[in-house]
Design a protein around this ligand. Structure first.
Ligand SMILES: C[S@@+](CC[C@H](N)C(=O)[O-])C[C@H]1O[C@@H](n2cnc3c(N)ncnc32)[C@H](O)[C@@H]1O
Length: 468
């Protein structure tokens, strides 16, 4: 994790005031539509409910296989027996092609490339993987089950903790080469690692401590139960779940930490497995996360099939007939899900996270689905059969962007490069602060104020001041 809060000549972070904290500022002029910057998430996960229906890479979230392999995957999931060999669809620009790589330990996680598999394994998966035949009393399995039953934010927190453990436990002996420059409230931090043969764990622990401290210094955080972002659970429940969750995580991680001389250090273990660390990490994630979403290419293909030129009608009819049974099964499945939710009178997924009308999570402070095309289509209420990818994560720079009901940027997540692209909504002058809307800024004044209460500040933007 390289927390670097400026891209020289593009954007930089500055302190604004005690109330507002820090914000992100343009260092040059951007025209409407320009990509201001793009970045990969520090930590990110797919929503649990979405895992059953969006078959994507466990690292970069690209849809796996090809149009045809996606179809075959769904047919398998829905138990459609008739497996007549489907033709490999090849219709640029709809065609995509990735291989499918399984987790080394065969836990079921899939990746689109060896690089993705290695990256996930190296960064966190080696700590979190439950293996092929997990006994039901496996503590990591129990931790994950508890997260799914209570609140899936624990899964994102576990990824962050696993990252710290991997950093300390895997790397070649690390020597800190910390290059921190501070100029008028702008801090740039670069940390590099290099080999050394002496006293490994002695050197690793200060680095681990510094990474933990640095992470907390750089982002706003409070005890999770004091961050009132989600009405679906009470403060008491949040405390209880956190305690249960940490207990299970402790059981899963302690032997692992103690078995590695690099991580077997009481200060390190007691820090990262303490309730103070866990609750503040959860609070930090809750206060700073962003949604990640993009269309399923199979859905784009399905919607556009009729208008794709150069495909003979009989070929289109053949593809449609292949799709038909899968689409019908999907409709039944999605109908079943809605009924279940109606019965409970709920508007949330099984994790306890709030969902907006489209089934996208909205507990974080940003509502972008990372795909402006999706927003347009949602407005038109076009049926979505093959589900979009839906997840969330922490982005280093985006988490520094403050809110305005008159935003000057929005975010589009691209799964072709696993990056969030921050786009200028209008001309932005050098020196202007970047603003994102945490809520639906088109809503009337009173509703906007209600929606903003959970974020713990009063919006003083021009639109709010004018009560528009
Ligand atoms: C994702 S963080 C944004 C970065 C933050 N200002 C910082 O210093 O880390 C969100 C928090 O910033 C503050 N914030 C964001 N927009 C604000 C605004 N328009 N006015 C006052 N505070 C704001 C609130 O405390 C909010 O919970």
């Amino acid at each position: 994790m390289n927390l670097n809060f400026q891209i020289p000549g593009v954007v930089s972070r500055r302190y604004i005031s005690e109330i507002k904290g820090r914000g992100l500022f343009a260092e040059k002029t951007f025209e409407k539509g320009d990509v201001v910057f793009s970045e990969r998430p520090l930590f990110s996960v797919q929503h649990v409910y979405n895992r059953a229906t969006a078959w994507t890479c466990g690292n970069c979230f690209r849809f796996l296989g090809s149009l045809n392999k996606q179809m075959l995957h769904y047919r398998k999931v829905f138990g459609i027996r008739e497996q007549s060999e489907l033709p490999e669809f090849d219709f640029p620009p709809y065609t995509f092609q990735t291989k499918v790589f399984s987790c080394f330990a065969k836990c079921g996680e899939k990746y689109c490339s060896e690089e993705c598999r290695n990256e996930a394994f190296y960064n966190h998966h080696q700590v979190l993987c439950v293996g092929e035949q997990t006994p039901e009393n496996n503590p990591m399995y129990l931790f994950k089950k508890h997260s799914i039953d209570t609140n899936e934010l624990f899964l994102l927190a576990a990824q962050a903790i696993a990252y710290l453990i991997c950093k300390v436990g895997n790397d070649q002996p690390m020597v800190e080469n910390s290059n921190t420059t501070t100029s008028s409230n702008t801090t740039t931090t670069t940390t590099t690692t290099s080999s050394s043969s002496t006293n490994e764990s002695q050197q690793n622990i200060p680095l681990a401590e510094r990474i933990c401290k640095e992470f907390f210094q750089e982002y706003q955080h409070r005890d999770w139960w004091d961050v009132r972002i989600d009405d679906n659970f009470t403060n008491e429940e949040a405390r209880k779940w956190s305690q249960e969750s940490l207990e299970l995580l402790r059981k899963a991680l302690l032997p692992l930490l103690q078995n590695n001389p690099r991580t077997n250090n009481a200060v390190f273990i007691n820090t990262i497995l303490s309730m103070e660390f866990y609750s503040h990490l959860l609070g930090l994630l809750e206060m700073n996360d962003n949604s990640i979403g993009f269309f399923n290419p199979l859905e784009t293909f399905r919607r556009n099939l009729d208008t794709i030129p150069n495909i003979p009608q009989n070929h289109k009819d053949h593809i449609k007939s292949i799709m038909h049974s899968t689409v019908e099964e999907f409709r039944k499945y999605l109908g079943y899900q809605e009924e279940e939710c109606d019965e409970e009178g709920c508007d949330h997924d099984h994790s306890g996270h709030m969902m907006d009308g489209s089934g996208h999570e909205s507990h974080g402070h940003h509502h972008d689905h990372g795909d402006s095309a999706m927003d347009e289509n949602e407005e038109e209420e076009v049926e979505e059969v093959f589900p979009s990818f839906d997840g969330y994560g922490i982005f280093g720079l985006q988490a520094m962007v403050n809110h305005s009901c008159e935003p000057n940027i929005n975010v589009a997540f691209s799964n072709s490069d696993n990056r969030a692209h921050i786009m200028a909504l209008r001309r932005i002058e050098a020196g202007e602060e970047l603003y994102h809307s945490y809520i639906d800024e088109e809503l009337p004044y009173d509703i906007r104020q209600e929606d903003l209460v959970t974020y713990g500040f009063k919006c003083e933007c021009r639109k709010c001041k004018a009560r528009e």
